[in-house]
Design a protein around this ligand. Structure first.
Ligand code: NAP
Length: 282
């Protein structure tokens, strides 16, 4: 079997076209959706992510502000900048790029962002809204994964889903979103004794670990849907995911590539969240 590809670039293009149309409609009412991105330090990967987010804003007609600060920025200064953006009516979403330099407390920084502008969905309130099924900002990466499942009209009801990874930003919200769609969800992590035994039961596998080849072909049930969140480098320095793509695609029913899979969808859902934040101010 050769799996069908879920193309994150193609799906993103469709969704961003819809975002751009809604941005135009909002602008006609005098509101331009605005995203502020704060980057502290000079982490090379973060610089790329931030650049892509700003470009996506420009492409969809949104306003964006990129604030860059040195790695020695004080916490007080960062919190003051967030407060200023919280009070800026031209900004509807605030994103502080993670990871932060060690001396800055990510929890404190995330909680400083107004809930109304938490377009990353990282705050305790946003997590609680997801947990309780209330409307709110959904964490962009798992939200993008759900859109990918929706794009193949996948009905999760009664399906077994395995999420590998339990971070607050990807693994846990992913599991919660799958649960909300009535999947039976198992969350695996570094303490899981027999990962293969878990994944072999799964109709849907989401790999969100950050290690190459965490998921190999012998761990996948024929026909399963495999979503690869991981971003790693192979021996030649090329971007790759957590999944042994070449072999797993011969077993899975659907699979996402890296690059061109979950990555672009994450940015797309950030655009959606920012747009919806602005739409709420109508
Ligand atoms: P993270 O915070 O480091 O979490 C990784 C998780 O993997 C942890 O829960 C860890 O378990 C688990 N883990 C580690 N080794 C394992 C193993 N051998 N078997 C099973 N589980 C294992 O990472 P993250 O922020 O969730 O990101 C995960 C990956 O996704 C990274 O590669 C990141 O770059 C990528 N990512 C991609 C996007 C995108 O847009 N494509 C967005 C966000 C993240 P413990 O909790 O027990 O330590």
């Amino acid at each position: 079997m050769t799996a069908q590809l879920i193309d994150g670039n193609a799906l993103s293009r469709q969704l961003r076209a819809d975002v751009a149309a809604r941005v135009t409609a909002l602008k006609a009412k005098g509101i331009t959706p605005g995203l502020a991105v704060i980057l502290v330090g000079d982490d090379p990967a973060s610089q790329v992510y931030v650049r892509n987010k700003v470009k996506a804003c420009e492409d969809t007609g949104m306003h964006s502000v990129l604030e860059r600060y040195g790695a020695d920025m004080s916490e007080a200064h960062l919190l003051a900048r967030i407060e200023a953006l919280n009070n800026d009516p031209g900004i509807h979403g605030i994103l502080v790029q993670m990871p932060l330099p060690k001396h800055l407390d990510p929890h404190k920084v995330i909680e400083a962002v107004s809930t109304a502008k938490d377009v990353d969905g990282y705050s305790v309130q946003s997590a609680g809204e997801l947990m309780t099924g209330l409307p709110g900002f959904r964490s962009c990466t798992p939200y993008g994964c759900m859109k990918m499942l929706e794009s193949i009209r996948y009905d999760l009801k009664g399906k077994n889903a395995v999420v590998i990874g339990r971070s607050n930003t990807v693994g846990k919200p992913m599991a919660m979103m799958l649960l909300q769609q009535n999947a039976t969800v198992t969350i695996c992590h570094s303490g899981t004794k027999d990962l293969k035994a878990m994944t072999l039961q799964a109709d849907v596998i989401v790999a969100a670990v950050g290690k190459r080849n965490v998921l190999t072909a012998d761990m996948v049930k024929p026909g399963a849907v495999v979503l690869d969140v991981g971003m790693n480098r192979d021996d030649e320095g090329r971007l790759c995911g957590d999944v042994d793509f070449e072999r797993v695609k011969e077993v899975a029913g659907y699979i996402t590539p890296v690059p061109g899979g979950v990555g672009p969808m994450t940015i797309t859902m950030l655009m959606v969240n920012t747009l919806e934040s602005a739409e709420r101010t109508k």
